[in-house]
Ligand binder design. Sequence first.
Ligand code: F6P
Length: 325
Amino acid sequence: MEMKRVAVLTSGGDAPGMNAVVRAAVRSGAALGLDMVGVRHGYSGLMNAEFIPLGSRDVGGIVQRGGTMLGTTRCLELKTDAGQERALQQLREHGITGLVVVGGNGSQSGAYALSKKGLAVVGVASTIDNDLLGTDVTIGATTAADIALEAIDRLRVTASSHERAFLVEVMGRDCGYLALMVGIAGGAEAIVIPEIEVDPEEVARELRLASERGKSHAIVVVAEGSRYDADGLVAYFKEHQERLGFDLRVSRLGHIQRGGTPGIFDRLLATQLGAAAVQCLAGGCHGVLVGRIGGQVVTTPLAEVANRTKPLDTQWFELGRMLAT
Ligand code: F6P
């Protein structure tokens, strides 16, 4: 079917850079003579035909904005056959023949489901968690990491002044990427991630040793998806009356990491992948995710990406541990 009308939606957790994808997709589409449409509120909006025409001017002034101008949702209904059929019907009724889905794991699994039912879909890898296969790094992860890193740097200042330890909990769902990267870059004394089981006793020991070595502070970066998250560690330390060598405070960064202004890396990645997604569709390539591997824009079949997660490179963990002396 000739590609004439293409819709773009953002889905799942917002990520800094999503707007830059929308802008690049809309303007590339316009350059190719396509009629571009935005879908409000992710897959929920798709099922309710919340379509808005998007011309080049409509996406002006958003490249630097965090969040998503289209809005986003976590839509459970799209997991059902009825939900998928409804989405496809709305697209048909509005003459839309191609769809760009900007989002992370759940969103790309939805894209795959629609693609299996015959829709021309291209996914764009975007989540702060960086747990998607098909790309070295997802749009938004670098900005989220920078935000967490700045928070850690600040927490170290106050930790040093008071000779305290801080547990800093970062997002990432079940993936330790953000925690591991910011833990190493922030010089954490210990890093706790879901991929590597740690005994809380070991964390307590690291803190004690840091105090004995004369450190004036200790930072533990904890991924929210770890078996022992910040709450779990605090409960353990209390129950076991651990002597940590420091007074302890907890800081949960949570959604603060998601709402930032995209940095240059994410703006450029988003621009490159947003344009590539529309070029793919226009060239008849679909059922794929666009990402960047080894500096090159690549496409990976959604079948290989959906319902799976990218394994973490745990070599970093050993490096971090070695350097935290
Ligand atoms: O997937 C992105 C993410 O920010 C995860 O890191 C986090 O676990 C989750 O979304 C939070 O979801 P919500 O915004 O729905 O609370």
